[in-house]
Design a protein around this ligand. Structure first.
Ligand code: ARG
Length: 463
């Protein structure tokens, strides 16, 4: 293990007493922010390249520093690096190690920068790649959902409002709603990338620097659009953290809603879907049980994401400009939210691959609750020149009659219907057919089989 022989804090010339052990323990963030090592080294390499280009450091110093940094990166990735809590964070740990490795010339690396701009640069770079990783996982969910939809275009179920039977729908139409949801989540994350695309590097502690640096060069090399515009705002800003946490929260909230719905559908009362043994757990006492624990896990985890968003808002609330130690916790919060979301996305994808609809039960349920009543009202409007409100009342009378007779709408005889509305002919009976009802919903975005097929094709082509 490469060990730091010089076991002193960088500020030991000024601060003579050793930090209280208690403070050293709580003040150190290395256990958390060591996750930023790649981004930190990437930022440092670009920084010294810029310093050389601007003739602030020599060619030799630049090369020596880059050589050292690349070696350190290898040591860390091979788990061959000893992190020291005494050096607080990833930035100081790497700088200290650079001294060990290349000697005094390491001292040039921190010219015209501060940890304040360094940490946000690292963090923005990290959030950029985390966002890409999240979107790759969301894309997998979209693909699995499209597959599931394709298999269930003609699977009929009741669509619910208030969890009461409302109108018949295709199960694929329901699943395709997830596709819209997750597409929006992806877009929300992508929009964030635009917002955080300004490079903080070079604003130094808070006021900029007297060195003749080229911030546009660093920004460009690190893949940002442009440098940030105000040095004070730059080191104070954690809006990009809030935005990311918000996106994570919305996505977790969606997963939680869907998980809840699937839990209901899987309950013995509804029994609309089956979960394969891969995604259920048993009970320690009740031998018959197969519990949807994983769905419950997904539903619960949204609480963690919301909490994290609130923690960050609360940390920032009332915090004057510019940098304060309070903000150091941003990384722990973001890493936690990210890890939780990635887990949830992977689990949810697994669940999508292990669900099977109980088609018979879905159809049975869709036949209850006078689910085609709206179709009858629409029919009256179209065929008997009634206003919708009038047709609604007539239909309600027919529903009342059927309920009294304990019949379903499609059990009614034309003679019975005629007693309530004499204009009706036997042609009306077709509106009580569930397939006809579904197929009639041809308006853009409606549940007709044709619409669904078209949308699946469109999204399969990734449009
Ligand atoms: N580890 C610190 C953080 O994450 C880096 C910035 C330290 N800056 C300072 N002025 N103490 O916030």
């Amino acid at each position: 293990m490469a060990k730091n022989k010089n076991n002193q804090a960088i500020w030991n010339t000024r601060i003579k007493k050793k930090a209280s052990t208690l403070f050293a323990k709580v003040g150190s963030s290395i256990d958390i922010d060591k996750r930023l090592y790649k981004e930190d080294i990437r930022g440092s390499i670009v920084h010294v390249e810029m310093l050389f280009k601007q003739k602030i450091i020599s060619f030799k110093v630049k090369n020596k520093i880059i050589y050292g940094l690349q070696k350190i990166e290898k040591q860390i990735s091979k788990n061959n690096f000893e992190f020291n809590k005494k050096y607080e964070d990833i930035h100081m740990n790497i700088e200290k190690q650079l001294f060990q490795m290349i000697g005094e010339e390491a001292g040039y690396i921190h010219t015209a920068r501060s940890r304040n701009d360094q940490v946000i640069t690292d963090f923005k770079l990290w959030i950029k790649s985390a966002t890409k990783e999240i979107n790759t996982n969301i894309e997998k969910i979209i693909k699995s959902t499209l597959k599931l939809s394709e298999k269930n275009i003609e699977t009929i179920m009741p669509g619910f409002t208030h969890l009461k039977n409302a109108q018949p729908i295709s199960l694929a139409h329901y699943f395709m709603a997830y596709v819209e949801i997750f597409k929006r989540d992806k877009k929300r994350f992508t929009n964030n990338l635009d917002n955080l695309n300004e490079c903080p590097l070079g604003v130094a502690a808070l006021s900029g620097t007297s060195f003749n640096i080229d911030r546009h060069y660093s920004s460009n090399k690190l893949g940002f659009n442009q440098p940030t515009n105000n040095s004070i705002d730059t080191v104070s800003d954690r809006d990009f953290v809030l935005d990311f946490l918000y996106c994570v929260s919305v996505c977790s909230m969606h997963i939680s809603r869907i998980a809840e719905e699937l839990i209901i559908w899987n309950s013995d009362g509804f029994n609309l879907i089956q979960l394969s043994d891969k995604v259920v757990t048993g009970s320690s006492i009740m031998p018959q049980k197969k519990n949807p624990d994983l769905l419950e896990y997904l539903r619960g985890k949204s609480g963690i994401s919301f909490g994290n968003l609130f923690s960050m808002l609360t940390i920032l609330k009332g915090l004057p400009l510019s940098y304060f130690k309070d903000m150091q916790d941003d990384k722990e919060i973001v890493f936690k939210s990210y890890d939780t979301l990635i887990n949830c996305l992977m689990i949810f994808d697994e669940i999508l691959k292990n669900i099977s609809p109980n088609k018979k039960k879905m159809l049975e349920l869709a036949n209850l609750g006078f689910i085609t009543a709206t179709d009858l009202a629409d029919y009256l409007v179209k065929n008997h020149a009634m206003s919708f409100r009038k047709a609604y009342q007539k239909t309600a009378e027919i529903v009342n009659y059927a309920e009294k007779k304990k019949k379903k709408l499609n059990d009614l005889k034309i003679e019975e219907l005629k007693k309530i509305e004499p204009k009706l002919t036997s042609d009306v009976l077709k509106v009580f057919d569930l397939r006809n009802s579904i197929n009639s919903k041809k308006s853009y975005g409606g549940t007709s089989f044709e619409n669904i097929k078209r949308m699946i094709m469109k999204y399969k082509k990734n449009k």
